[in-house]
Design a protein around this ligand. Structure first.
Ligand code: ADP
Ligand code: MG
Length: 380
């Protein structure tokens, strides 16, 4: 097993003219499971390929197990990769696919058998060992690809969107299987995905990456435990990326600044109290209010103080256990969403009032940086 340390890591092309990754600093502990998330093209795969040695490091330091690894040949890094495309050998059985790398490395037969048997048991592939890949489902093939990596006994696993080729139902099932596997296999792992739900459910910590903006110092946005990112996103990018449906955003202006409480005004003229420290801002500053669809209160709840936003219901998504009400207001720029449990009494076109508890508000400055929350969030 190994810890992974990235210090000021950069990746550029064209002799440093175009950067994909800049100033990536990250310390992954031995045995940790970390997810890299971010939109397509932000450099997740590139970063993973730099760690396993398939891509050069433009500048900065990569350490594996406490040792400089920038120039270490890939086969000496003892890193196991699992890709989106399983790339199994079609003419070989499951067993032969899993044995192949070990045979190349001239591992003795008894040891090969032991490792394959152990991995097959862990991945529930024991009954499938003599089958060819074409006789397997997508999920089974992905398990073989993982098995082929496990038998190498790497000190670090790298997964690059391993589930994105699978249909939704299978993806949910494989996610469970990966979570179970994770509990048994204590190997340090990095898991790349653009799916924030996968990252939230599997990872000890999440690293949020964004496409590198012109002039930006780095494209590493935030690192933290899943619920830390959910409850305390450090900027608008992370706030809008983590959580589903997305956090609602409202353009607003500060009316009264304060250390523990502030007053803001929405485009529609509504004034709201929020529990964010705006002592370093000024009245009149443009800000963005963020509130999650899950964090609003029902219109008949008395709990929201005087904080209400009223809109007209455009559509209702009824999912059975919960519903999402999509609302519009003529003077509010964007549509907003509220999650409610019981939507039977609601209909499109009618007015709907949602409570916005001051403690549940996120507030961002004009550059997208968060104003610290001064209270813990409150739930219905
Ligand atoms: N040889 C190259 N020259 C210039 N840019 C490249 C090259 N290879 C990849 N890129 C750029 O690197 C970015 C990151 O790609 P990638 O790591 O695959 O993103 P992700 O895995 O997050 O979707 C992309 O925007 C891509 O255009
Ligand atoms: Mg990728």
């Amino acid at each position: 097993m190994a810890e992974v340390k990235l210090t000021d890591l950069d990746k550029s092309y064209d002799n440093g003219k175009s950067f994909v990754l800049k100033n990536i600093n990250l310390h992954i502990e031995d045995g940790e499971f970390v997810a890299f998330v971010g939109p397509s093209g932000c450099g997740k795969s590139t970063l993973l390929r730099m760690i396993c040695g398939l891509e050069d490091i433009s500048s900065g330091l990569l350490e594996l197990g406490g040792e400089r690894a920038n120039e270490m040949p890939p086969n000496e890094r003892r890193v196991g990769m699992v890709f989106q495309s399983y790339a199994l050998y079609p003419h070989m059985s499951v067993r032969e696919n899993m044995e192949f790398g070990l045979k190349l490395a001239k591992v003795n037969k008894a040891e090969i058998n032991r490792r394959v048997a152990e991995a097959a048991k862990m991945l529930q592939l024991e009954k499938l060992l003599e089958r060819r890949p074409k006789a397997l489902s997508g999920g089974q093939r992905q398990r073989v690809a993982i098995g082929r990596s496990i038998v190498q006994e790497p000190r670090l696993f790298l997964f690059d969107e391993p589930l994105s080729n699978l249909d939704v139902a299978l993806r949910v099932q494989m996610r469970q299987e990966l979570a179970r596997l994770r509990a048994r296999l204590k190997t340090t792992s990095i898991y790349v995905t653009h799916d924030q739900v996968e990252a939230m459910t599997l990872a000890d910590r999440i690293v949020v990456l964004s496409p590198l903006a012109d002039g930006a110092q780095t494209n590493l946005e935030q690192v933290g435990a899943p619920l830390e990112l959910y409850h305390n996103p450090c900027n608008l990018f992370v706030a809008s990326f983590i959580g589903s449906p997305k956090m609602n955003f409202f353009r607003a202006t500060i009316v009264v600044c304060g250390q523990s409480e502030s007053k803001i005004k929405l485009e529609c003229g509504t004034e709201l109290t929020v529990c964010n420290d705006t002592s370093n801002a000024s009245a009149g500053d443009k800000v963005t209010l963020g509130i999650r669809p899950q964090d609003v209160l029902k219109q008949d709840s008395n709990d929201a103080g005087k904080n209400w936003i009223t809109g007209t219901i455009e559509t209702i998504e009824r999912l059975g256990n919960e519903s999402f009400v999509y609302m519009k207001h003529p003077d509010i720029h964007e549509a907003f969403i509220a999650r409610i449990e019981d939507s039977t009494r609601r209909e499109c076109g009618s007015e709907f009032r949602v409570g916005v508890p001051a403690e549940n508000c996120h507030l961002f400055d004009a550059d997208g940086r968060v104003f610290k929350r001064t209270q813990s969030p409150k739930f219905d």
